[in-house]
Design a protein around this ligand. Structure first.
Ligand code: BES
Ligand code: MN
Ligand code: MN
Length: 462
């Protein structure tokens, strides 16, 4: 891999410039006004895969945003790795909280990133991490050191639930035939504490609408007698957790995977400093399910959170109104064995049963997905572990992550493929938040590590 590593060194500036160019295209999947930019991003990715040396590159349109597919099949005896990632990004809002415009990338030094970090929406999640794979492939290909067959599937709808990717996988099983899936869309514990994500949580996401009187009312004339849907919604939400932060929906925990005491002890060996955690977030105390550590609360335990809530008057000044309606977006992070559809059903039934007679409620499900866990005693995991050990000089720690990538469970159920989550971001990179950034160190560490993964996988699969 010497030639590959030298090629990477010789092309550093260009590799960085190209990523900045990619980050300038605002590929916001959630907002229809960016539709053309999302398409342009797909074309950019396709073009770069072509020039990196893929011999088959195709943009598949979907009902939503396009999927970029490319492959480089060089030897039928080599193992085949399907690289998955997403080129779409979260909306940049709220814009006024960004120190520099979200789609005008700048490199600035920070305490955690003394070598500089690229500030832009999508820099870490996931354009920067996708682009590492394209440049790692280019480097191996250009130096004749490619030793796995590669397929790339880079989608444009991950941040909105990957609605069309499941169907695409079902309809293209032959095209996507591979030995495993490799994904860089997660984080490491720290730049000197490498880790590999071995678990993702599932998700059930829904929106509720609570209707009281048939129109907005004067809160003096009617207040006191007519149920206020915002007050009612708040009561209903707060009744969904008890004093131990245990979720009160009947049946919610029935299928939750019980993690053994030994596994929990191992999990809590991962370096974690509660004081730094609180300081970084500006909080005086954490709040989570009683009986579990923060690391457990954010990985092996399910959650219920309000993501947005609105209703009534929120303009300037005061308006004395008793509103007709109140709304909330609510999500539940799920753990292995909980089924997203079942949890959505349980929530809906419970929420409706809790509604007092003075209101009507509606529950509308959004997207969902299942949790996933990956074993560590496989050639796939070992190849990643050895690759990181080589470039970080330390063996990575397997950790369960709290986020969700719903397609990972579908790769297993539809394509029969296990995924390896070899991500290079940091949890402090502010993905989905203002001032998202990605370390220049992390970007190049990824590009350097990925070729070793392929080399190891090639050897282990012989
Ligand atoms: N890359 C993230 C998921 C992630 C982040 C996993 C950090 C582990 C650590 C992904 O892009 C994401 O944001 N997923 C969404 C789910 C999706 C259905 C909108 C999430 O987790 O909220
Ligand atoms: Mn992502
Ligand atoms: Mn994301």
């Amino acid at each position: 891999m010497i030639k590959t590593q030298n090629y990477i060194k010789d092309n550093k500036d260009r590799f960085l410039d190209e990523l900045l160019e990619l980050l300038r295209i605002p590929s916001v999947s959630a907002d229809p006004k960016y539709k053309d930019d999302v398409k342009k991003t797909a074309e950019f990715i396709a073009e770069k895969l072509r020039s990196a040396g893929c011999d088959k590159v195709e943009i598949f349109p979907t009902k939503g945003h396009p999927i970029v597919y490319a492959e480089s099949i060089i030897n039928p005896d080599y193992p085949t790795v399907l690289v998955y990632g997403h080129y779409d990004v979260q909306p940049p809002d709220p814009l006024d909280l960004w120190d520099s415009p979200p789609f005008e990338p700048v490199i600035k030094k920070t305490e955690i990133h003394p070598e500089g970090a690229i500030f832009a929406r999508g820099s870490c999640d996931d354009k920067g991490q996708v682009y590492m794979h394209i440049k790692a492939f280019e480097s191996m290909r250009a130096t004749g050191e490619q030793n796995c067959n590669l397929k790339f599937m880079i989608e444009g709808e991950e941040e909105v639930g990957s609605d069309n990717l499941g169907t695409f996988c079902k309809n293209h099983k032959d095209l996507l035939c591979a030995d495993m899936v490799l994904i860089s869309d997660t984080s490491v514990i720290a730049n000197d504490v490498p880790s590999i994500t071995v678990g993702l949580r599932g998700l059930s996401y829904l929106e509720v609408e609570v209707t009281g009187p048939n129109k907005d009312l004067h809160s003096g004339v009617y207040g006191g007698a007519v149920g206020n849907p915002i007050n009612v919604l708040c009561d209903m939400i707060s009744s969904m957790k008890d004093e131990n932060n245990h979720i009160t929906i009947p049946g919610f925990y029935d299928d939750v995977e019980i993690v053994s005491i030994e596994d929990r002890a191992a999990m809590n060996q991962a370096p974690f400093n509660i004081e730094n955690y609180k300081k970084e977030l500006g909080i005086n105390a954490t709040q989570g399910e009683k009986g579990y550590t923060v690391l457990e609360q954010t990985s092996i335990r399910p959650t219920l959170d309000v993501n947005g809530i609105w209703g009534g008057y929120i303009g300037e000044g005061a308006k004395t109104v008793l509103p007709s309606k109140a709304f909330a977006k609510i999500s539940m992070r799920l753990v292995p064995n909980q089924k997203s559809e079942e949890i959505t059903r349980l929530f809906t039934a419970h929420f409706k049963s809790k509604a007092p007679d003075c209101v009507k409620v509606e529950v509308r499900p959004h997207h969902g997905g299942e949790a996933a866990v990956t074993p560590t005693d496989t050639p796939e995991y070992q190849a990643a572990s050895m690759a990181m050990e080589k470039t970080y000089g330390k063996k990575p720690i397997p950790v369960r992550g709290g986020g969700s990538i719903p397609i990972v469970a579908l790769f297993e159920s539809v394509l029969g493929l296990k995924s390896v989550l070899m991500g290079f971001g940091l949890d402090s990179d502010d993905i989905h938040s203002p001032n998202e950034h990605y370390g220049v160190f992390n970007y190049f560490k990824g590009i350097e590590t990925i070729p070793y993964f392929y080399q190891n996988y090639h050897e282990l699969k012989k």
